[in-house]
Write a protein that binds this ligand. Structure first.
Ligand SMILES: [Fe+2]
Length: 258
């Protein structure tokens, strides 16, 4: 399959994407994984970081993941789907103290010295336990990318107080594409657009799970471009931001006061 080029750009990068089958609430079969991968490629994506839920109710033994990724890579090659898949995870903050350094390294992205981890924002408020977990990750040498803070009650009710404290400590924020397209509801859409407009979001990712939650990076970029955030922020969040975060690691800091 030929990679679709959007305006002649290089292939896009997805940093949050449930692509492995039968490990969490993402695709249930290899066929569904391949279908999701193909949809991503058709949107111009060249690299997906596979990020299954790493938490007690889904993946709690991360050492099974490299084999899963290898199995998927082989299937993609056999089907001729030109997609690079990297091994990652969407870590629940309660897992931080349970994972050793090699396990965190297995889930982390970015070059040595600028490694970072994707940590799931709680749907309830971002509380002291979350701040303590991200502080521990920083102490252990990892930056933190917070997954979908716009879906947290912190954004909807608390004016993103917890997120702002995280950003001031050095974390970055990843907004879901499907929040921006309205699929996660009115509040998540409003919060996501506001985070982008205010410069509090670093990247957008699909957080794809399957047919009902498909890749939506291009649709999100269009929504952002037409919003008060505008086309420059849209392009940075959906395209250049993810590429840079993967290639250069977490070296940026958002100038936000708590
Ligand atoms: Fe996710």
């Amino acid at each position: 399959m030929r990679v679709t080029s959007q305006d002649g750009r290089r292939p896009a990068v997805e940093l949050h994407f449930h692509l492995l089958h039968a490990v969490d609430d993402g695709p249930s079969t290899m066929a569904e994984s391949l279908e999701l991968a193909q949809l991503a490629v058709e949107q111009g994506t060249g690299t997906v970081v596979a990020t299954p839920h790493v938490r007690p109710d889904f993946v709690d033994d991360v050492w099974e993941l490299p084999g899963r990724v290898a199995e998927l890579r082989a299937a993609l090659a056999a089907e001729g789907v030109p997609l690079t898949v990297l091994c990652g995870g969407e870590m629940g903050h309660t897992m931080v103290g349970r994972l050793g350094q090699p396990e965190l390294e297995l889930l982390a992205q970015g070059p040595v010295g600028a490694r970072w981890l994707l940590v799931e924002a709680p749907f309830e408020a971002i509380g002291e336990d979350f701040h303590a977990a991200t502080a521990e990750l920083r102490d252990r040498g990892f930056g933190v990318l917070i997954a979908h803070p716009e879906r947290s009650a912190d954004a909807a009710v608390d004016g993103a107080t917890g997120l702002r404290r995280e950003l001031a400590a050095g974390s970055l924020a990843q907004v879901n594409a499907l929040s921006l397209t309205g699929q996660h509801g009115f509040e998540a859409r409003r919060a996501g657009l506001l985070l982008a407009e205010q410069g509090l979001a670093a990247v957008v990712a699909s957080d794809a799970h399957g047919p009902t939650r498909p890749p939506a990076l291009l649709a999100a970029e269009c929504k952002l471009a037409a919003s008060p955030a505008g086309p420059d922020i849209a392009k940075r969040l959906a395209y250049s931001g993810p590429r840079q975060l993967l290639a250069r690691g977490m070296v940026e800091r958002v100038p936000v006061t708590a």
